[in-house]
Write a protein that binds this ligand. Structure first.
Ligand code: C2E
Ligand code: MG
Ligand code: MG
Length: 700
């Protein structure tokens, strides 16, 4: 209720004398106040009015009444509506009594003989009451806000600590006490840096707090510190000097132990090999970038490659292979170069960084390392042997570590290719060739992803009994953007050694099947299409699925697909090859052995292989007219093929003379420049459409 004079003031007047009451009202009205007066003269009426909420702005009361008394009225007001001001309007009231009444809670007293003072007294009492009301409301609001803030602090997951200028803790929330020990919590004087930093971090934390004093307000300071093993990220801000808190600065901390652990785990995964626990390639390179050896000491990087591990992985599973890898790393760590930095840099390769002044110092330890690695390995009660090859490159000052790693890898690959040589030092002179090989490898990768670089030419195969084309061998070529047209010998072996052969083989297979279907759909007489598969493809367990997929996708009937494998490929892993061949044969696909006569095929296997054709290698055909031995070999191959019920194809037939001898030997089919070079699919279409044949006279 405002004390504004224009507002009507609701007065409850306790007075038995109506004249006096009238005089009182007049005094107020004369002063310009708008009033509404309820006159009562006994306790019951007085109480009833007081109890009606909001009806009374002020009580004016006589001190002595016939049926009631002013003191009781004052006490009742204090009990029921303490916020409503109470003024005695009375005859003589001794000074002492008046002060007593004021103490008990009266706002004022005005003598009936001095009523001109009443309006001001009423206005002042109302203004004071208003003030009290506003103050109470504000205090209530403040209290509610405090409670809210406390609730936030109490339930917040953040550690919140209020400190004074000396770094003493003034207050902290439950989250902040959580990582503390009972003794720490109960300590009499608690200093922030002693509670919330490990011993060796305290100086730094005090330094941060001191720094905070010098910083402008609102500039936070952050640091990380350990609280009883928990890692906390703190941010501190100074409080303004006017803030009515006993604190000087507030610290809020986040427990980042879990994030830190996750980060460490991620770091581990990025930098260590999970199977062996050794540093990986990335960490090795980092280490090489930050050398720790004494200045001037020369370092060498030894690349250790293991062959046969993939076979073990394929046949016995990852766990067995990992077990062997762990044993290899154990031997390396215990070996002659123990104590140096060992890393696992590839699926089947390790790298060891060691101090070595020159090549000669390494010969003995490398030899010893090989001997150790070649010792038998025990797995599930059986012995296994691994072949290891080592390549060494020296870390030249200023050379990027990647280059050294690449050089050691090249040397190791060279060692793997040489027979009876299990370690090799990197020879910079050879690097040009190796470098361009690496470049070509990258380009082949890219070529496999596009449509226009790798394509097939087809070379006709002609049956001698009819002179007609009965098959077309698909031969892959690469239209290289920089080097022009490349033949398969330039990139198939590369694809085999760098793991791209499966993709390359798949591409050739799909293109050939698609082409065969397209010829058949255009109404040409159907012929077999032969595709070359590399030895690596033959040892893949899912080869049959790959073939099945290519046939299904193109819609080619299996009988029109022939797969060629070289004689040496059959001996790579004869047992597995036999199983794959059987699966393919069951599917209805034809099989032939390519380059026969060059690969020392075990005849007992040849008998068991479910093949349809033998292809006499062109090296025998080339000199067949001049070298009697070659003629004999060719005759023998034909005879043996026929004994095993196989068709015999002669490759590389260039002349009529060669053709005549092969026809005489009983060869069934010929393929070579004599009839046609490998040509584009369009050129084949023309030949098939024209039914081009070998003249019957030439077939003998
Ligand atoms: P290959 O399967 O024995 O193919 C026959 C090779 O002899 C072809 O060489 C062919 O062009 C060549 N040739 C044919 N007739 C004559 C002739 O009368 N005289 C002479 N001097 N050569 C003749 P090309 O195309 O260079 O292929 C070489 C080898 O590359 C093939 O030998 C085959 O092993 C391999 N190859 C070709 N395409 C593929 C493929 O798609 N995948 C795989 N893995 N290897 C392939
Ligand atoms: Mg072939
Ligand atoms: Mg061949």
């Amino acid at each position: 209720m405002s004390a504004h004079p224009k507002r009507t003031i609701h007065i409850l007047q306790l007075e038995d004398d109506t004249d006096d009451a009238e005089l009182t009202c007049r005094a107020l009205r004369d002063a310009g106040l708008s009033i509404d007066v309820q006159l009562v003269c006994n306790e019951a009426d007085y109480r009833a009015r007081l109890q009606q909420p909001g009806l009374v702005d002020i009580v004016l009361s006589d001190f002595s009444l016939p049926d009631y008394d002013g003191l009781s009225a004052l006490i009742l007001r204090s009990t029921l509506v303490p916020e409503v001001p109470f003024i005695f309007v009375t005859g003589a009231l001794g000074e002492e009594r008046a002060v007593e009444m004021l103490h008990i809670g009266a706002s004022d007293y005005v003598l009936k003989g001095n009523l001109q003072r009443l309006p001001a007294a009423v206005m002042r009492a109302l203004a004071e009451a208003d003030e009290v009301r506003i103050r109470d409301a504000m205090q209530k609001q403040l209290k509610a806000e405090r409670q809210l803030l406390s609730a936030v602090l109490d339930t917040s997951g953040a550690l919140i600590v209020l400190v004074d200028q000396a770094g003493r803790i003034v207050r902290m929330n439950p989250a902040a006490t959580a990582p503390l020990s009972a003794a720490q919590r109960e300590a009499d004087e608690q200093y922030f840096d002693t509670l919330f930093a490990a011993e060796d971090e305290r100086n730094v934390v005090s330094e941060h707090l001191a720094h905070l004093c010098r910083l402008p307000l609102g500039m936070p300071v952050s640091w990380r510190a350990t609280v009883n093993g928990r890692l906390v990220l703190w941010s501190a801000a100074r409080l303004s000097d006017q803030a009515e808190t006993p604190g000087f600065a507030v610290m809020s901390g986040l427990d980042i132990t879990a994030q830190e652990e996750a980060e460490q785990q991620a770091y581990y995964l990025r930098h260590f090999d999970s199977a062996s626990g050794l540093p990986n390639r990335a960490l090795l390179l980092l280490r090489m970038r930050q050398p720790t050896q004494p200045v001037g000491e020369r370092m060498a990087l030894i690349m250790i490659g293991l062959s046969r591990l993939q076979e073990i992985r394929d046949s016995l599973g990852d766990e067995a292979a990992n077990h062997l890898l762990r044993e290899v790393s154990r031997r390396l760590m215990a070996g002659p170069l123990a104590g140096d930095y060992l890393a696992k840099v590839g699926d089947d390769s390790f790298a060891l960084l060691c101090a070595a002044p020159e090549e000669s110092a390494l010969n003995a330890p490398l030899q010893a390392m090989l001997t150790q690695l070649h010792e038998p390995y025990m797995l599930d009660g059986r012995f296994f042997f691994l072949a290891a090859n080592l390549g060494v490159a020296f870390c030249e000052t200023g050379a990027p570590p990647e280059e050294t790693l690449q050089a050691a890898t090249m040397a190791q690959h060279q060692a793997a290719q040489q027979q009876n040589e299990n370690y090799r030092f990197y020879q910079p002179l050879l690097s040009d060739e190796a470098r361009s090989r690496l470049e070509l490898e990258g380009e082949l990768h890219a070529a496999l992803a596009v449509d226009d670089q790798l394509f097939l030419d087809y070379q006709p195969q002609v049956a001698l009994h009819s002179g007609q084309i009965v098959g077309l061998e698909a031969l892959i070529r690469w239209r290289h953007p920089r080097l022009g047209r490349l033949g398969p010998m330039r990139f198939v072996p590369l694809a085999e050694s760098c793991g791209l052969i499966a993709a390359l083989g798949d591409k050739a297979l799909h293109m050939a099947c698609q082409q065969a279907v397209s010829w058949q759909n255009s109404g040409l007489p159907p012929v077999t299409v032969a595709v070359n598969l590399s030895a690596v493809q033959w040892s893949q367990p899912d080869l049959a699925d790959t073939i099945r997929q290519a046939l299904a996708q193109s819609g080619l009937a299996p009988a029109w697909l022939e797969l060629e494998l070289t004689e040496s490929a059959t001996m790579h892993n004869p047992v597995a090859t036999l199983a794959t061949m059987q699966a393919l044969r069951d599917m209805g696909v034809q099989l032939s052995i390519d380059d026969f006569g060059t690969g020392f095929c075990n005849l007992s296997y040849l008998k068991r292989f479910p093949v349809d054709k033998l292809k006499i290698d062109q090296s025998f055909v080339r000199d067949i007219t001049t070298q009697p031995d070659d003629l004999v070999i060719s005759q023998l191959v034909v005879a043996m093929g026929h004994l095993l019920h196989l068709s015999v194809v002669a490759e590389g037939v260039e002349t009529e003379g060669q053709l005549a001898l092969l026809a005489e030997a009983g060869c069934d089919i010929i393929q070579g420049y004599y009839f046609s070079r490998p040509v584009s699919p369009q050129a084949c279409t023309s030949m098939l459409a024209a039914d081009r044949r070998v003249p019957p006279a030439a077939c003998g």
